[in-house]
Ligand binder design. Structure first.
Ligand code: DX5
Ligand code: ZN
Length: 220
């Protein structure tokens, strides 16, 4: 079982409400909301006011990916503004356990995002406090980048790390995913699949979400 989480970063912001309806019609259950501050990553995107509007528009799970420095200052605010899931980068937070706890106390699911160059070992102490891990398969900052092939092995090792500890922590993966590689990614153990350009870049997001679900489904 896996869920598709279209990233609205690649949507047409002049018709964001309709774009949300389109992905929902295709069967998407999670909406991935990329927050960038121009410091942790070299790009600036959207924040709390947009989140509040999106919350009014949809009942989908809203998943905020905070690519910002000092995420502890804002993480709980995102839950209060309507996010169901909030992830912060392990590279950005020196008090990770405190931030994850604050997200949970605000009523959200707490996630740790990890860059391609960061070892999985850095997650070890945070795992018991995290509801999900967001494994980056590109360097964050932009949509439309190519999937870094070594991410597949990293994903398998993360799957093992969670299973060996008997944890329920979910695995989400983000960056460069399309109908051509989704199947091996699902087979490697990812449960929430983020897709930006492969959903909105096609011009037919409803069809693209359906295609991804089809391509990722393992028939037995
Ligand atoms: C990258 C973002 C991603 C991005 C994914 O920094 O975190 O969520 O929107 O876009 P694609 O699927 O085009 O790689
Ligand atoms: Zn993201």
């Amino acid at each position: 079982m896996f869920e598709i989480a279209p990233s609205i970063l690649s949507a047409d912001f002049t018709q964001l409400g309709e774009e949300i309806d389109r992905i929902e019609a295709g069967g998407a259950t999670v909406l991935h909301f990329d927050v960038m501050d121009g410091r942790f990553v070299p790009n600036i995107t959207i924040g709390l006011p947009v989140l509040k509007s999106v919350r009014k528009r949809t009942k989908m799970t809203i998943d905020c990916h905070l690519m910002i420095v000092e995420p502890n200052r804002y993480a709980a605010e995102f839950v209060k503004a309507g996010a169901d899931m909030v992830s912060v980068h392990v590279e950005a937070d020196v008090h990770l356990q405190r931030t994850l706890t604050a997200i949970r106390e605000a009523g959200g699911k707490a996630g740790v995002a990890i860059n391609p160059g960061t070892p999985l070992a850095s997650l070890e102490e945070a795992l018991p406090f995290a509801d999900f891990i967001l494994l980056m398969s590109v360097n964050p900052g932009f949509g439309g980048q190519k999937f870094i092939p070594t991410s597949l092995d990293k994903l398998r090792r993360l799957r093992r790390m969670i299973d060996e500890r008997g944890l329920e922590t979910k695995i989400e993966i983000d960056g460069g995913i399309d109908a051509g590689n989704i199947k091996e990614i699902v087979e490697a153990g990812a449960e929430i699949i983020v897709a930006g350009s492969s959903v909105f870049g096609s011009g037919t997001p409803t069809e693209s979400v359906k295609e991804l679900i089809d391509a990722g489904t393992v028939w037995i």
